[in-house]
Design a protein around this ligand. Structure first.
Ligand code: CA
Length: 445
């Protein structure tokens, strides 16, 4: 919608960086996602990087080499900072200039001297650590999968999604301070929960810890307070997307949620992937936004020709579960579900347009979670509570262990990628998190 398909999407393009030629790499030359990194266990300054094959392009180092000119050079210099906010602030023309500059220098057309100079700026991904890539001002989390909404609606005692679901891209305000980057470990949260047959609630470690498979949408351009963004212009305000795990304590959540929405059942941790894939890189994977004729059509402020033509995105999304026992036994983690972002009821442009229709101002670096991505069948469920049918059909791990909810030591890895005949496969990388034991509620905390 925002970006046309161009030479940077050419499936035949190759890089002189050898590891990009491995089939199945998430990071071929057609992808070029951004992160913030430094060498692991070092005191180096955090700075921006771009993924190519198994390497990270150190943008702070590259900006000293004089290989780029004009807007691409200025954009690279902006990425030398510890967050990508200043780079985002330069706008879509700078985002494109950096991508196209990288594509030229990493391609086979770069001369030997350029390749040798550029190679001094490559750092193996195996030796780096990542930071949250932007200064996140606010985090809003949506609820845009009709299948997830129907499944949760049934668990909440309704027969289906709430009546407003088909009219509003629903969302609540999340907590930005507890967002961590892939590799995040967090304690099983304490909270107040009430069993259905109990007289009173208790404070205890959650017994129903869950994950939610989501995408993070990164706001790249602000709008002024009082000035809505139209659905046609919405994607001009989005830099790109990453993976997001909205960890959820279902017992705490369901006890607290009426009447004001989720709070402590969600705010203890949210994990994001390090890499942000630009909307330009996703251009080949756009799909029409379609709404079944029997459903209400979007109100005019959520409707636009461009959104109907290409508002949706085909992104395969997967959940992989592991456990302490699985790591001890040295067996691989198991993929427990796979679905596609194409099933969402609302598009990212509609989410952003709705967020601002009342005049609410989004700022650079804000994160919009898409809500759990669940497809039409149980095996496409994006949360364990749905996948295990609320405990009725526990999920089996690679070790034979069964899970209705997460246990201490469990790991959840989200992965995503885009594939389409005639185009290079691009990946979103991984979003990994691990559950640590709770604090001892009896001994104090
Ligand atoms: Ca969520």
């Amino acid at each position: 919608m925002s970006f046309e398909i161009n030479h940077t999407h050419d499936a035949k393009a190759r890089s002189w960086v050898e590891s990009t030629n491995r089939s199945g790499s998430d990071f071929p030359i057609q992808n070029l996602p951004c992160a913030v990194f430094r060498r692991r266990h070092s005191a180096e300054a955090w700075r921006g990087g771009i993924a190519i094959g198994d390497e990270v392009v150190d943008l702070a180092a590259l900006s000293q080499k004089g290989l780029l000119q004009g807007l691409a050079a200025t954009a690279t210099a902006a990425c030398s900072q510890s967050t990508l906010n200043a780079f985002f602030d330069m706008g879509p023309s700078a985002w494109q200039a950096l991508r196209h500059g990288m594509f030229r220098l990493l391609g086979l057309d770069a001369n030997t001297e350029q390749q040798r100079t550029f190679a001094e700026c490559l750092v193996p991904q195996s030796g780096v650590e990542y930071a949250v890539p932007v200064q996140i001002g606010d985090y809003s989390d949506y609820y845009t999968s009709i299948y997830h909404a129907e499944n949760i609606g049934k668990l909440a005692g309704l027969n289906t999604a709430t009546p407003n679901f088909k009219w509003i891209p629903l969302a609540y305000h999340g907590r930005a301070s507890s967002i961590g980057v892939s590799g995040q470990k967090f304690r099983r949260p304490l909270g107040q929960a009430k069993a259905p047959d109990a007289q009173a609630p208790m404070l205890q470690p959650t017994q129903k810890l869950d994950y939610e498979l989501e995408l993070a949408i990164y706001v790249g351009k602000s709008n002024q307070l009082g000035q809505p963004v139209s659905v046609s212009d919405a994607e001009q305000h989005i830099f790109g997307i990453g993976l997001l795990n909205d960890w959820s304590a279902r017992d705490i959540q369901f006890w607290e949620m009426a009447p004001l929405g989720p709070f402590l059942g969600k705010s203890f941790a949210t994990t994001i992937s390090p890499w942000i894939v630009s909307l330009e890189a996703l251009a080949p994977f756009r799909l029409p936004f379609e709404r079944p004729a029997r459903d209400p059509q979007p109100l005019p402020y959520l409707d636009a020709k461009a959104n109907r033509a290409a508002g949706a995105i085909e992104i395969t999304l997967e959940v992989w579960l592991g456990s302490s026992k699985q790591r001890v036994q040295g067996v691989p983690t198991k993929r427990v579900s796979s679905t596609s972002f194409r099933h969402q009821y609302w598009t990212i442009a509609q989410m952003l347009a709705h967020h601002t229709i009342n005049g609410c101002n989004l700022t650079i670096g804000d994160v919009l979670g898409t809500g759990t991505v669940s497809g039409p069948t149980v095996s496409e469920a994006g949360a364990l509570i749905e996948l295990a049918l609320n405990g009725a059909a526990p999920v089996e791990l690679a070790t034979g262990e069964k899970r209705s909810f997460l246990e201490d030591g469990d790991t959840v890895a989200l992965r995503g990628f885009c594939e389409k005949p005639g185009f290079a496969r691009i990946g979103l990388g991984e979003c990994l998190g691990e559950v640590l034991p709770a604090l001892d509620v009896q001994r104090g905390y």
